[in-house]
Design a protein around this ligand. Structure first.
Ligand code: SF4
Ligand code: SF4
Length: 384
């Protein structure tokens, strides 16, 4: 089935309700990407879905899955008198065991917000007396740009530029969720941005090895409705394939030049995820030929103990699809976007921040996608 501008939302929702009646059991769909969580919350989509169809957040926000010990290593580097940490703004408030980078900055450490890895490279080129370390977090969407900048640094001989790497790849994390055994997931809405780089093939093993369907979904509410319908169609008929519900942006092969530069600069490596732990082969590490731009090679002694999170914080369970934000005792009380306790409340794509902003009970559906009668009827029914 193809998306068409004339597709009728009501018909699609009716089909979703019909599928759920035929299944006559609860279905749990993971919206892997944080942007999908935001769309679902902001549009009020959950309120239009059958009661026994749950949309769960997943590990698809790069800030949320960055573990506390990465922040601790960045803080140790920020404390060096010869260093400048260059980072996306979101990471400043992510708590590590040693605090947050925001606090280090306030105490006088050199921490600069940049909008791209290229900004960090230019900062290094203009400040030869300091070592500029870029905090490289993100998924397959961010990795090509960072790879290009590392190659630029090598070609231009900018020796004082390095990255502290925490880049991750998404399909391996989805497999880790399923093989951990505690995840109760019937299907995945695959992230559209990541898929535009990697294409459809890297998800095929999920159907083959784990018998779970995957549908690549765009980020408009109607894209999500289409993708949910495509997932249910498979679940009802017992199929488990990867299908593409976002053809206007994603091709089967993805973006070949982007994949080529990732492969040129990075090699697969094990990676630590907040909530998932160490996931084999789910990270990207600089290849040996770029070791002069690898902060972990240049600054030995960055070994830190595993990070300790607030014992009441449920971020780990939320990132595994085992809890919803409002189940956390700190949600909206001790933990808010202006005073986050856990990573999921920091980023705009974090599940807790999205629920806090758009989706607390009593504060439903700000966007005018759905009628107020529908919204009112469902406002208490998600059980959150
Ligand atoms: S509300 Fe805060 S403390 Fe609780 S899970 Fe979310 S981010 Fe963690
Ligand atoms: S009941 Fe509240 S938390 Fe649940 S979907 Fe509606 S607004 Fe969001």
């Amino acid at each position: 089935m193809e998306w068409s501008a004339n597709s009728n939302l009501k018909q699609r929702l009716d089909r979703i309700h019909d599928f759920m009646k035929r299944l006559a059991r609860p279905v749990r769909i993971m919206e892997v990407c944080g942007t999908h969580t935001v769309t679902a919350c902001r549009s009020g989509l959950r309120a239009l879905l059958p009661d026994n169809l749950a949309l769960l957040s997943g590990p698809g926000c790069p800030v949320c899955v960055t573990p506390a010990d990465f922040i601790d290593r960045a803080i140790l580097l920020a404390r060096r008198p010869d260093a400048v940490i260059a980072t996306f703004g979101d990471l400043l408030r992510v708590p590590g065991s040693l605090g947050a980078l925001e606090l280090e900055k306030a105490k006088g450490s050199r921490v600069r917000i940049v909008y791209s890895a290229l900004d960090a490279l230019e900062l290094a080129a203009k400040n030869g007396e300091r070592k500029v370390i870029f905090l490289a977090v993100g998924f397959e969407t961010t990795a090509p740009g960072i790879a290009w900048v590392v190659r630029q640094a090598a070609e231009r001989g900018v020796k004082n530029f390095s990255i502290l790497g925490a880049l991750k790849t998404m399909p391996a994390a989805m497999a880790a969720l399923l093989s951990a055994g505690d995840a109760d997931i019937d299907g995945f809405l695959c992230p559209g941005h990541v898929s535009s780089i990697i294409g459809t093939h890297p998800y095929e093993f999920i159907g083959r090895d784990y018998q779970r369907p995957c549908v690549i979904a765009g980020f408009e509410p109607l894209d999500m409705v289409l993708a949910i319908e495509m997932l249910l169609e498979q679940i009802v008929s017992g199929r488990a394939k990867v299908r593409n519900g976002y053809r206007r942006a994603v091709g089967a092969e993805g973006n070949r030049p982007a994949r080529a530069i990732i492969a040129e600069v990075f090699a697969p490596a094990d990676a630590e995820w907040r909530g998932l732990g160490l996931v084999p082969g789910s990270g990207l590490k600089l290849k040996k030929r770029f070791k002069n731009h690898d902060a972990e090679t240049l600054f030995p002694g960055l070994d830190v103990p595993p990070g300790v999170d607030d014992p009441e914080c449920l971020c780990g369970a939320i990132l595994r699809g085992r809890a919803v934000p409002s189940a956390c005792p700190l949600f909206g009380r001790k933990c808010t976007p202006s005073s986050p306790v856990g990573a999921c409340m920091v980023s705009a794509e974090g599940a807790c921040a999205a629920y806090y902003k758009y989706c607390r009970c009593g504060g439903i559906a700000r966007k005018e996608l759905f009628s107020s009668a529908q919204r009112g009827a469902k406002a208490d029914r998600c059980g959150l």
